[in-house]
Write a protein that binds this ligand. Structure first.
Ligand code: NAD
Ligand code: USQ
Length: 388
């Protein structure tokens, strides 16, 4: 049996992923320092859905499926020796790294949250890589990265390739040589900056120690439930709707369900990439089964299924329900007013990914689910509270 360590396994992506892989027969070991729950307490936020403690989650999973998931309360950015022991003792074959501070607005909130995001994300990633070198260089590391490293399409009318770009380099004598380089980085927040720096760690560790590393440049996830989280209410996934951690489409659906205006920032002509949460799980599993074949090279996939402008999303929701009002508010973020985004996702398509695309039926399903929890909404947490 394959032993999989999921760093950040209590989070929005990590919890359903842990259940999916456990259901499929992998031996799942979660490492999480529960910092995400602590940030909620610090900021007065809560998940819209009532999430139970990690211990109750794991006990419920055992009751419902008779499968065991192990858990270690461990901070990968600070507890290096313990991390090494967990990897060694559990004979880990694959590490899936989702254990980072992942909200752009939170990373831009204060000097303290910026510094925390850098310290946490970069030390955590580097400690995991270092632990692999110390324990076993054949461990496959999969990292959940972001589309934001590319800057959402800086060259007009061009398709964002999967990680690497073909360029011509001048030899100084007017001759041009073809070569391939890592796509340049254009981060839009301190959070996104940490992801671009993770990418350099990966290049360096792949080159020097030939570690198998897969970096998944993922778009914005929409949805909340997966087949496994629906098995019992105590397995429910978190649903963030606040202005720091709530992502745009989930927020719009929550706002429609609560009869609140949709908060479109700026012109609404920003284009972003999206993926349904079930497809996100599918992609990680495909990545596990298909490590890169080229030695010393980081494998990079674009983990997206479609792109939309925010206006298109808001209008789709307006067309799906009655009485939805769109509220255009001054953009609290520094980002392009309008952008075109064309992204290649051929690699997952070629591996058989069956895309779940956004439509009225899917939106209604999420809407009907979250409407049960509307009384949990704290109205004060909806308007943007981080500005840059
Ligand atoms: P999340 O905040 O819900 O989960 C992250 C988990 O990691 C939390 O449970 C947190 O407690 C844990 N964690 C953070 N720092 C840690 C540390 N130092 N040691 C141990 N555990 C730590 O975030 P998420 O939405 O599940 O995102 C997971 C990954 O996927 C992130 O790296 C994020 O950048 C990436 N991603 C998410 C989305 C999205 O829409 N949610 C989109 C693209 C990429
Ligand atoms: N936006 C609105 N209204 C809102 C919230 C957001 O118009 O109420 C806009 C933002 O200005 C932005 C876009 O929607 O243009 C996306 O914002 P977001 O908060 O949904 O997503 P983002 O900050 O980019 O971050 C999220 C995850 C992050 C992940 C990233 C993938 O929090 O972890 O890396 O999506 S991507 O955007 O493809 O880089």
């Amino acid at each position: 049996m394959s032993n999989v360590l999921i760093v950040g396994g209590d989070g929005f992506c990590g919890w359903p992923l842990s259940l999916r892989l456990s259901m499929k027969g992998y031996n799942v070991i979660i490492v999480d320092n529960l910092s995400r729950r602590k940030i909620d307490v610090d900021l007065g936020y809560t998940s819209l859905t009532p999430i139970v403690s990690i211990q109750e989650r794991l006990n419920t999973w055992k009751d419902v499926t008779n499968k065991t998931i192990s858990f270690y309360l461990l901070d990968v950015s600070k507890e290096y020796e313990r991390l090494v022991s967990v990897i060694r003792e559990n004979k880990i074959n694959t590490i899936i790294h989702l254990g980072e501070q992942r909200a752009a607005p939170y990373s831009m909130k204060t000097r303290t949250t910026s510094r925390y995001t850098v310290d946490n994300n970069l030390s955590g990633t580097h400690n995991i890589l270092s632990a692999i070198v110390e324990v076993d260089c054949s461990i496959h590391m999969i990292h959940l990265g972001t589309m934001g490293v590319y800057g959402y399409g800086v060259v007009e009318n061009s398709i964002i390739p999967e990680g690497y770009v073909n360029v011509k380099m001048d030899d100084g004598a007017g001759n041009y040589k073809d070569t391939t380089i890592l796509h340049p980085s254009y981060p839009g927040s301190i959070y996104h900056l940490t992801k671009t720096q993770d990418a350099l760690f990966f290049q360096f560790y792949a080159k020097n120690w030939n570690i198998k590393i897969t970096d998944l440049h993922q778009g914005i996830i929409w949805g909340m439930n997966t087949r496994e989280t629906l098995l019992d209410e105590r397995l429910i996934n978190r649903f963030d709707y606040d202005s720091d951690y709530g992502t745009v489409l989930n927020r719009f659906i929550m706002q429609a369900a609560s009869k609140l205006p949709l908060t479109v920032y700026g012109t609404g002509e920003q284009t972003r990439a999206f993926i349904h949460i079930e497809n996100s799980m599918d992609c990680v599993e495909l990545a596990m089964q298909n490590p890169g074949k080229e030695p010393n090279k980081v494998e990079i996939f674009n983990q997206v299924t479609e792109t939309h402008t925010l206006n298109t999303l808001a209008e789709l929701i307006q067309n799906t329900f009655n009485d939805v009002v769109i509220n255009y508010i001054d953009n609290p973020r520094k980002e392009m007013k309008s952008n075109q985004l064309m992204v290649s996702n051929k690699k997952f398509k070629n591996l058989g990914l069956n895309s779940i695309l956004l439509d009225e039926v899917a939106i209604k399903e999420i809407y009907n689910f979250i409407i049960k929890y509307n009384s949990n909404i704290k109205i004060n947490n909806i308007m943007p509270s981080s500005k840059w």
